[in-house]
Write a new protein. Sequence first.
Length: 200
Amino acid sequence: MIGVIEQKALDRLKAANEARSNYKLAKIATYGGEFSQDNLRSVVRDFPAVWIMFDGAEAINDSQQRTKVRARFAFFVAAKSLRSEEEGRHGSSINPGAYTIIGDVLSLFLKQTLELDIDPFNLQDIRLIYSDRADSGLLSVYAIALTTSFDIEAINEEDNNVGVFATYHANWDIPIHGNVDRDIPSDDTADATDHVEMEQ
């Protein structure tokens, strides 16, 4: 379910970006460490942008048949301005600014279920992650934490015949560009592929 939620969120952001006329995000993707000190300067060219990351979960109700979990998803909103840090946050006629993007993300997801069997998204918090000057402008990065809840069904012991681990197949996206399909096999779009068959 976690991967399905993440993909549905990406699809919703991309569809809104295509339909939006007042500004366009340069990047919409899953988060892969872009805001580390080593990577931040190189990803500034992708601003304005939104990255999504699953940020953990906790059990809120447990029974023999199922566990209800509350999952957190972080939406990293990034904007820049060549003029001032304030414009990077507030925006201008040609620059959406972090606050505008935050408002649009909230409008897209708050109280929504993405047509999935989950509880509507709620806002947990919004935090400033990064605000600084770079060679290509003044940067502002915020993290929006949204939560949703869903049930995880326990496997029925009578049906718990998972078989023998006989084959391993993986498609790799190196580095993370988002060009590899989530449904495996995806050999046509993968940067690298592993396929191992175990001896029986």
